[in-house]
Unconditional design. Sequence first.
Length: 349
Amino acid sequence: MSRTDRPRILTGDQPTGRLHIGHWVGSLENRVRLQDQYDCYFLIANMHAFTTRAEHPEAIRRDTLDLAKDWLAAGIDPERSTLVLQTAIPAIAELTWFLAMLLPVNRVLRNPTLRAELDAKQLGDAYSFGFPLYTVGQCADILAFRAQLVPVGADQAAHVEMCREVARRFDHVYCGVPPGTADAEHERAGGVFPVPEALIGRVGRLVGIDGVRKMSKSMDNAIYLSDTAAQIRAKVARLYTGRQAMTDPGDIANPLFQYVRAFLGEPERIRALEDRYARGDQLGDGAVKAEVAAALDALVAPMRERRAAYDGPRGDAMILEILRAHAARANEVANETLARARAAMQLAL
Ligand code: TRP
């Protein structure tokens, strides 16, 4: 099956800094894995970055290029998949307007992910008009590519749910798709949009190396995909378990064992370690940490290697070339969607 006959994936990240191992288990590994089965579009949400950092265009540009490098390093293959720079796709902005008309403002403001972000950033009511609008924009990102599948971390599920609602509503209002039509039948029933499904990653929330909060760049508790072996070892060594001796019965719900389960891979090995740790059978934290650090290094070593190609003086130029070529490909799909949406809305001239 040629690439363009496959069902489509659209997903993305905001450019906010380097990617870490929480991103990997939260969604990135799914994206890398699904590149052969789907026609994949991976979106750099640089417009969204402006909703909170409008005064820092240079930083956003830097983070945009870094995100693309991190993706390619992680195994996103520019020969098989399409990188989408959000601001290079005008159809997304126009579609955002159309969709905004189909969503009650209170529905948008109730979005739990949006609420959590407002709380976390302690913005009070001092946020930009564009900030809540990004959630509608995210629906447009997905629908512009008529994606069936959206691989995301658990924190993004609420956005995909809102996208599903607005897709159903558009198809009903403008395409005559009867209410109650099964989600999978929308396109066959004449809808412009498929009702997309979220694919949530295998680890919803990876704890950071502080052992308490979710791993994130802003909390300074992250192990980056670009870290060296020594950095990884030092960070894993910092993980606090509170355990004193290797004969103490250990708590396998602790952060260290969350990493064991997330990164060791072999179920047999994981069970053996859990068993010995829980019984306090001569298994010290140091030995477990060494195994976790080795597994993490094995995961990111090939990424470091691929990344080296883009770290040279021509790195930025190489990325920009890819983004330009891919934008042309992405615009073909998004413009086709927009033409269909406009026709359904009786806007064709
Ligand atoms: N909001 C997402 C994040 O912060 C990024 C994003 C933008 C996205 N548009 C998207 C994710 C469309 C999935 C689909 O991680």
